[in-house]
Design a protein around this ligand. Sequence first.
Ligand SMILES: NC(=O)c1ccc[n+]([C@@H]2O[C@H](COP(=O)([O-])OP(=O)(O)OC[C@H]3O[C@@H](n4cnc5c(N)ncnc54)[C@H](OP(=O)(O)O)[C@@H]3O)[C@@H](O)[C@H]2O)c1
Length: 360
Amino acid sequence: MRRVAILGATGSIGRQALDIVDANDDLEVCALASGSSELEELASERGVEHAQVGGDLTPLLDLSEPDIVLNAIVGFAGLPATLWALERGITLALANKESLVAAGDLALQARERGGGLLLPVDSEHSAVFQCLEGRTEESVDSIVLTASGGPFRGRTREQLADVTRADALAHPTWRMGPKITVDSATLANKGLELIEAHFLFGLPYERIEVVVHPTSVVHAIVRFRDGASLAHLGYPDMHVPISYALTYPERAATPVDGLDFADGLTLQFEPPDVETFPMLALARRAGESAGTHPCAYNAANEVAVAAFLAGRLPFLGIAAAVEDVLAAVDGAPAHDLDELVEADTEARRLAEEAVGAPVP
Ligand SMILES: NC(=O)c1ccc[n+]([C@@H]2O[C@H](COP(=O)([O-])OP(=O)(O)OC[C@H]3O[C@@H](n4cnc5c(N)ncnc54)[C@H](OP(=O)(O)O)[C@@H]3O)[C@@H](O)[C@H]2O)c1
């Protein structure tokens, strides 16, 4: 029996993770956490003793003794749980990409000390992880992350000037929480995933490509040095990568259908439009600049997306604010968590300033 702590249990990933646990006899929930939603009903239904709303989750993790931490908290708030699991060598099923983006170096050092498994839940990274299994580092040429392109694919900047929150939340292929859905519309989600991939798979940025693939059937591709490419395909449904991480390496059955070729499959690819959607290029630049630049990118994006969702910032203002913040921070590397939190706080302060200012 594997004990799973589900953090962010009331969210899109958290609820799908509960489906997976319910469908597997050898998984049980040992802890539940949310940000502000009540958990009493969820905890009592499942007889879970350890449940917590907000605050420092590390005492909850200590008490509940999980074998796996499924970190599905949204944003930088997920960082303590990521570090808690990595430091102790407890399997981390990571959906909370923001923590790895913001604290990649510290997280990898913690994983080195803890020696445990870090299993990506993000569908693209789960796909890359699976394509890489059993391969040598030298055999890998590059990886390709696919992006749906979001609801605004094909639009010009002029057409994006007055898009609304509702427009941005209408994702064509994935049903997700509001923050990641807006991130998909700006391509910041792919930017965060680019940096996440760099830390997860240890490849330099020039060997990680992003390609737009509107139907989201191909989740990622790995190119090998012999000219062959392996792709991971499946209908877009997060139950699959969540199940893969929670039941690794067994790959338990899920209710998700396999591909139906009789139904027709469209494998269309195109390069991302980085002029119209600058968040992807900004992420690449932040990642290549290293230090706390990725942390600043993430922090500024979180502030700007919250302002957009609250109706305080136009859609195009998100990238403008992030660009301003990246230009203003020094991006010096953080040697410990205190320094990282300092960099995050400073980037948030600058982003609040940028968001308050009139947007071009
Ligand atoms: N949804 C997807 O398909 C998908 C795919 C790939 C990766 N991800 C990643 O997975 C993470 C979660 O995404 P989501 O779509 O599931 O988001 P979501 O639906 O907005 O859910 C977020 C969850 O985090 C909880 N939370 C927020 N702040 C917290 C805090 N300080 N402490 C504890 N819990 C907190 C929320 O609790 P409340 O309900 O109380 O606010 C909620 O349970 C994100 O990092 C996202 O990028 C999601």
